[in-house]
Write a protein that binds this ligand. Structure first.
Ligand code: ZN
Length: 313
């Protein structure tokens, strides 16, 4: 099952993070070679000779390069525009940085979540940058003592200036579930916050103390009023917009239980069953829209559908 946010291929070089300052490199305060030497020293002699940067804003927005790709050389980056820099790792002799830019009015950004052509490593690392940027933006103060915190470990930690507590980027586990009936139809639902025709699978955050299978059963009952069993894990993917980990499941309505969805009308305002044929027709005639191209929801639906969805390339 193709999952762009989970299939990148690079070396995260986590051992080098505490010893390098990618901010200084990006702002030309120290030569890139100093960073390469540090990577070689802490990452098993890994040879690195050049630097690429991903330029990002908030919530999945990034600046494509002139060829439509995602990687930029450092030469084209104005040091005054840099808000934060993250060291992401290395691939093929290149050190990879994420550069969070100060917000501007420029419209040179693209939305990662609508992207269909980037390399899977680029997609995953752009998403990682987006999640890290959001985490830093919301982590200025210590949750324990309330003092200011500061950037550390090449962007992978924040350290409290009062009590020295280290805070790490967190991710919130969530479930997403394809609900089927005995005839292998699929249930898609509409959240009241979405565009009128956009429809996706039932999903929700895990609560404290829950196992994900319990979350699947609870969310299904809460959102569409159905009792499910035969809950099976399918696949997972990070969704750092801003900080979720999506655990994908499929489940079946309990034999003999009602099939009529009962929505809460507050979070979900409609849910409908589709056969494969009905779903394809509904997409083609614009009656409904499928989830976005890099989402696990679309991947799970496509897996059930058995072929590319109308609109897939
Ligand atoms: Zn503190």
């Amino acid at each position: 099952m193709p999952l762009p946010l989970s299939q990148g291929n690079w070396n995260p070089c986590t051992y080098a993070r505490p010893f390098i300052d990618p901010r200084a490199v990006a702002k030309r305060a120290i030569p890139a070679k100093t960073m390469y030497d540090t990577i070689a020293q802490h990452c098993g002699g890994l040879q690195v000779e050049t630097t690429f940067a991903y330029l990002i804003s908030e919530r999945g927005r990034f600046i494509p390069n002139s060829q439509g790709g995602a990687r930029h050389g450092l030469d084209g980056v104005d040091p005054h525009q840099i808000k934060r820099v993250f060291f992401l790792g290395a691939q093929g002799g290149a050190a990879l940085l994420g550069i969070q830019l100060h917000p501007t009015d420029s419209d040179g950004y693209a939305d990662l979540r609508q992207n269909t052509h980037l390399d899977s490593t680029d997609v995953q690392l752009l998403a990682t940058c987006s999640g890290l940027a959001n985490w830093h933006d919301n982590g200025a103060f210590c949750a324990r003592c309330g003092e200011r915190t500061t950037y550390a470990a090449a962007g992978w930690e924040r350290k409290c200036l009062g009590c020295a507590r280290i805070e790490y980027p967190r991710t919130d586990p969530s479930i997403i579930v394809a609900i089927h009936d005995q005839n292998d139809r699929i249930l898609v639902a509409h959240n009241t916050r979405w565009r009128p025709t956009y429809a996706s699978l039932v999903a929700g955050f895990m609560e404290m103390g829950e196992a994900p299978e319990q979350t699947v059963a609870r969310e299904t009952l809460e959102e569409v009023g159905l009792h499910v069993d035969r809950i099976e894990y399918v696949a997972s993917q990070a969704w750092p917009f801003p900080r979720s980990l999506m655990l994908g499941y499929r489940a079946r309505v309990v034999d003999g239980a009602g099939l009529e969805p009962v929505v809460d009308g507050v979070e979900i305002d409609w849910a409908r069953w589709y056969t494969r044929e009905e779903y394809g027709v509904a997409l083609k005639n614009g009656q409904i829209e499928a989830p976005g191209p890099i989402s696990i929801a679309r991947a799970i639906i496509r897996h059930w559908y058995g072929q590319p969805l109308p609109g897939d390339e």
